[in-house]
Write a protein that binds this ligand. Structure first.
Ligand code: DO4
Ligand code: MG
Length: 284
């Protein structure tokens, strides 16, 4: 089952349950926040009940999709795939040992990424820093966590990164990672899948420039070194999230070192159990 946030022409925000090519408007039942929905016990049976009611429907293609977070802080894990560790060790000489160590250490790398209203939805543009020379998308599985730290669902995220800023000095990581339009998420939140099922999913990215493919890459969720519980457990250790949190789980796809995004590029990220997140690129 897939949930989404969407906007109607009157600019009101709604919560929707996606059934085939239709969005069932849950706001008609007084459900106007995804974060509140994830606090419910027995979410799947609640959604099954709602699916059988005669709620207003909209064709999926005709609604403006919003990022599927409303009050959740967005965090990210890093260096959770061998590919990410190797790429980071290459981009920076004096930070190389930090990446090597964190990959093996009990404590994962976790960093703050975005407030929910700064997250870009599918079909909107992600941004590249105006003074960065080496910019890449990071296609990542997102864990949607409720206030108790339980996984309520999964989404697709893009942890946009400026590799030259990050590589120059590890202390610049927040600038390489946090700026306008540096995080995209969507198109849905997939609910009802177990961690074991999510670990069978494939991740695929394609980047095109003037309708020509300039990069494609693949990885598999099973390659993530740490369990989801371990990542979520560290995030919720000594920190509370009254509205829940979204946690990007790290990238396993890094384009070759001579690749950088350009304004106008199109990025498509697909995760087999969820769908496709599509964004263009603009300068910010
Ligand atoms: O340590 C830098 C960031 C790592 C990251 O974002 C990733 O591995 O996905
Ligand atoms: Mg990342």
């Amino acid at each position: 089952m897939n949930l989404c946030r969407f906007q109607t022409p009157d600019e009101h925000e709604h919560v929707g349950l996606v059934i085939e090519n239709q969005v069932l408007d849950l706001s008609a039942e007084g459900i106007d926040r995804l974060s509140s929905l994830f606090e419910l016990e027995g979410l799947i049976s609640v959604l099954n009940g709602l699916a059988n009611q005669n709620l207003p429907k909209h064709p999926l293609e005709q609604v403006k999709r919003l990022a599927p977070v409303d009050r959740q802080e967005v965090w990210a894990a890093g260096v959770t795939y061998m590919r990410s560790k190797k790429a980071r060790m290459e981009e920076s000489d004096f930070s190389a040992t930090a990446y090597d160590r964190v990959y093996e250490a009990p404590r994962p790398e976790l960093f703050f990424k975005a407030m929910p209203d700064k997250v870009v939805a599918t079909t909107d543009a992600v941004g590249i820093w105006q003074d960065a020379k080496w910019n890449v998308p990071e296609p990542e599985l997102v864990l949607i966590l409720n206030s108790r730290g339980h996984i309520s669902g999964y989404s697709i995220g893009n942890d946009m990164s400026s590799r030259d800023i990050e590589g120059e000095n590890l202390l610049y990581l927040p600038q390489a990672k946090i700026y306008d339009r540096s995080c995209a998420m969507g198109p849905f939140i997939r609910v009802g899948a177990t961690e074991a099922e999510a670990r069978t999913w494939a991740i695929h990215i394609e980047i095109s420039r003037q309708d020509k493919k300039v990069f494609q890459g693949d990885t598999a969720v099973i390659q993530i070194k740490r369990s989801f519980e371990e990542l979520a457990g560290y995030l919720f250790r000594s920190q509370s999230f009254p509205h829940g949190a979204a946690l990007l789980t790290g990238t396993g796809i890094v384009p070759p070192n001579d690749f950088t995004l350009q304004v106008g590029d199109r990025i498509q990220i697909e995760i087999s159990g969820i769908g496709k997140l599509e964004n263009s690129v603009r300068e910010v």
